[in-house]
Design a protein. Sequence first.
Length: 86
Amino acid sequence: MRLRVEFTTEPFDLDEPPRHALVAREVIEAAELDAVDVGPFGNTAEGGAGAVLTAVDDLLRKALEAGATRVSLQVNVVGAAGEGDK
């Protein structure tokens, strides 16, 4: 199964990205995902279910440890079972 994750971390800082946002982006960029899109108000990535779920676990743990007070995320199935599964 192929999944897409969309996420944001808070609190926001419009002057410069807070540490928790940078950590969350580093986690997603380092994961075995593709179609990664990092932006100032939201981030998305796609990949096999195992890779996405592992990255989400790592993202939550590290972003919260880095000072995030809220992590909003949405996970959607975007491909059939067996398609891009890791």
